[in-house]
Design a protein around this ligand. Sequence first.
Ligand code: ADP
Ligand code: ZN
Length: 456
Amino acid sequence: MPQKIYGILKQYWGYDEFRPLQEDIIRSVLEGKDTLGLMPTGGGKSLCYQIPAIIKGGTTVVVSPLLALMKDQVDTLDSNGIPAAMLNSLQNETETVKVKIAARRGDLRLLYISPERLMGEIDGLLREMNISLFAIDEAHCISQWGHDFRPEYNRLSVLKKYFPKVPLMALTATADKLTREDIVTQLAMDNPQVFISSFDRPNLTLSVRKNLNKKQKLSAILSFIEQHPRQSGIIYCMSRNSTEILVRELSQYGISVTAYHAGLSSRERETAQQAFLNDRVQIICATIAFGMGIDKSNVRWVIHYNMPKNIESYYQEAGRAGRDGNEAKCILLYSGQDVATNKFLINNSHDNPDLDDDTLEMIRKRDLMRLKKMTDYCNTNGCLREFILGYFGEKQDKPCQNCSGCLGDFGETEEVDVSVDCQKVLSCIYRLHQRNLSFGAGVIAQILKGSDSEKV
Ligand code: ADP
Ligand code: ZN
């Protein structure tokens, strides 16, 4: 068997070695065991079900919420001579019928399907097929603990009931312990083998730049681009509007850049994405709408124009840099305003009508806690990698020497000791009998600066 899987790795992908845990996961699946695999973004999850799909008889059914990824993978597999197809809402009736016929005839090695479609076919098409494996991609979407819960994933819990004999494989880049346990429970996995790979991506240089205003952010980005000519990069922004603005600003300097966000038509998005994937445009300024399931291996840097709402999201987005394993840079431009904006978004999100008030409250609290951790990441002076890995439950022996914390590279920020000033403020408030509420910060400042205003 080992020769066989190495042979396939070489024959179809041209690789000589497996990445950490790929081989273990593949073996476990080939032995017919339920298997849970946790790997960071870019760790190489797809191979973990694609290789078994080639070796096993029958069809591997891959459940994924990411339509762009499905299309990409099906095209690639097809062009490598591995019969694969997909069923999702992007197709018309004729295409659907064609795929179903092929699936029934057992012509497909892999069938990619969206969770909605899967539920629609669970008593129909799927029963008529010879299914060798269910692979649930982005499996954290099934957990309300996860940072990306999707109600349509909830219904996958019936898979085991309908197909008790078919092994289940779940894959995710979320390592959070509660989420992990929840995936196993929700999918009713049978005594699963669990493989957790290290979330460390040593080729990524992590850095945080603090408290830059708009102008400073722009000049930081410009000088970075200048120092990294012709390198492919992604700039993530919090709002659609800011992606557009940034594109206009950067274009003025002759930089090759395009925008991507959910406000564009699907045609415009497709055009932007293709231009970036094929290196016809160097940089893409995007909201989080961009990137899920995109496999561009030579992204050399990812800049976050704003701080994301949690470390899971940050690491997933930043992790789109350096998938080829070569050096890449991940820079987060942090400002205190991002905390307020994120808090506002968390406190005002009611996007899940299926959940009761208590659950929503619990989720809100959890999201605020996650935001706090994200903020702590931006404010730590220690090793950033140690912080992230610690967050995912991993211990690093020593500082990485490859992050802004370790390298003492804090950009324009300088450390100033303001203890005495703080003492003065507090002591002033104290002497005003702590009635700072009725005086306000302005008055306190005036007093301390010796203003001769009437009020003082
Ligand atoms: P994930 O889904 O975990 O984010 P992918 O499955 O998309 O990651 O793989 C990320 C990249 O790594 C792809 O370009 C893939 O071809 C490459 N890759 C996967 N396994 C290997 C390997 N064993 N050796 C070299 N490259 C690999
Ligand atoms: Zn470090």
